[in-house]
Design a protein. Structure first.
Length: 414
């Protein structure tokens, strides 16, 4: 596949054309030749075909930093394995030119009975490097992995974190032309993460190096990639624009936050969790986009029914789904009198002080506490099917490290 004459345009280093891949998942196991024969005569196959990738086509140019994003099980790892030659496509073609170095599955090519040093040389040879070439890059690999003192130990005595570090260092320090990485595997401690991030920043500037990165971090996509593809159920839905791919991926995740929830119902015969005879309906409904920049406001309606003809309040909490915690609570907002029927009120939340992240708005309907005029009592609340979620996703310089933007508060020096 390498240095392929099919690739006419010298700037295109990887070409994936109409690639499909399916797996056979066993269903009914035949328990012997006789059963297998009976199944065969009855047309029972004993397996189910799972079409994991469907008609995938894209091209990567020299110097590109391509992000591949998609939800769990969408087919990203399968695509990387096809690109790396671990799997062959059922149909379509994959061609690349240059030396392709994959880091996609831990353990592949590593032998636990050999030392760290022997594994580096074995893997280097498997990638097509000569002994002299490996010797030249050996120190660099070992020092990036910070494993100088462990290279003569057998790999089976390494912690899993140490093995990841060695494999990742080998992949990125080997002098390949196309680096194929599954970022999910590049988990290390914070210091190692910082080194990897610095490496990404550096390699991004090198026009001769091409990187293909599977990641779940939209921050990484926006920071390092110049292109991205979004895969949904085995098909490419965004091909090229990294901001479109990242934002649509975030939307996919927000939708699943809403639909994946299976609330345990306190009172299954009557009302869903959080609701009751007095508050039979309470729902937050987004009316703006749900993937926003911090310069925008998140707009939403609260739809409610409060059957009592009495004064009531609404209170909202904002949950930080990325870092955890409740960064903001409105306290009780007086809403006037209730009454029968469904009603709707509109709210707008400015996002200017918040960093990147996914947030959720929950609401509670409350009434004044007759015993304590400063307090309210919760009568109903939004269960997880009735909350609403949104994400802040800055196109550039967005951070998901801290909740508040660096200029949201000022540290004073005395
Ligand atoms: N060797 C295999 N045999 C059978 N099914 C497989 C095989 N490899 C992958 N699959 C199936 O293909 C689908 C896609 O898997 P894949 O690992 O490519 O997804 P992914 O997008 O990388 O997911 P994740 O983000 O969780 O890593 C899954 O349903 C998975 O079970």
């Amino acid at each position: 596949m390498s240095n392929n004459p099919e690739i006419q345009n010298k700037d295109i280093v990887l070409s994936v054309k109409n690639v499909s891949k399916s797996f056979r998942l066993p269903t009914e196991q035949a328990s012997g030749i006789k059963q297998a024969l009976i199944n065969w005569t009855r047309g029972i196959k004993g397996y189910r075909e799972q079409n994991v990738l469907k008609d995938i086509s894209f091209e990567v140019e020299r110097g590109d930093f391509l992000g591949i994003v998609g939800r769990n099980g969408s087919g990203k790892s399968t695509l990387l394995k096809l690109i790396s030659g671990i799997y062959t496509p059922d149909s379509g073609s994959i061609a690349y030119q240059g030396k392709l170095v994959p880091f996609i599955e831990l353990g592949v090519g590593f032998n636990p009975e050999l030392t760290g040093r022997e594994n580096v040389f074995l893997n280097g040879a498997m990638l097509g490097f000569s002994r002299t070439e490996i010797e030249a890059m050996y120190d660099d690999i070992v020092s990036f992995a910070e494993l100088e003192d462990f290279m003569d130990q057998k790999l089976k005595n390494y912690s899993s974190g140490m093995q990841v570090r060695l494999a990742f260092s080998l992949a990125i320090k080997a002098k390949g032309d196309i680096l194929v990485l599954d970022e999910v595997l590049a988990v290390g401690d914070e210091a190692f993460q910082t080194k990897c991030n610095n490496f990404f920043t550096e390699i991004k500037k090198d026009p001769s190096k091409t990187v293909i990165l599977v990641t779940h971090s939209m921050d990484s996509v926006k920071k390092y990639c110049n292109k991205a593809i979004l895969i949904r159920d085995g098909r490419i839905v965004v091909n090229g624009d990294k901001n479109d791919a990242a934002n649509l991926y975030t939307e996919d995740n927000l939708k699943s936050l809403q639909t994946d929830k299976h609330e345990t119902n306190e009172n299954p015969d009557k009302y869903p969790l959080g609701l009751n005879e007095t508050v039979p309906y309470l729902k937050c409904v987004p009316t703006s986009e749900v993937v926003l920049s911090s310069q925008q406001n998140f707009e939403f309606d609260i739809e409610y029914e409060y059957t009592k003809n009495e004064d009531f309040d609404l209170a909202f909490s904002m949950l930080d789904m990325t870092r955890g915690g409740i960064p903001y609570d409105t306290g009780a907002i007086p809403m006037g009198r209730g009454g029968s029927g469904r009603h709707k009120r509109h709210f707008s939340l400015p996002l200017n002080i918040f960093n990147n992240g996914t947030y959720q708005i929950t609401a509670s309907l409350r009434k004044p506490d007759p015993k304590n005029p400063n307090e309210t009592i919760r009568i109903g609340y939004t269960n997880e099917e009735n909350v609403c979620s949104f994400s802040i996703s800055e196109d550039a310089h967005g951070s998901d490290y801290a909740l508040l933007k660096y200029d949201a508060v000022k540290l004073t020096q005395q």
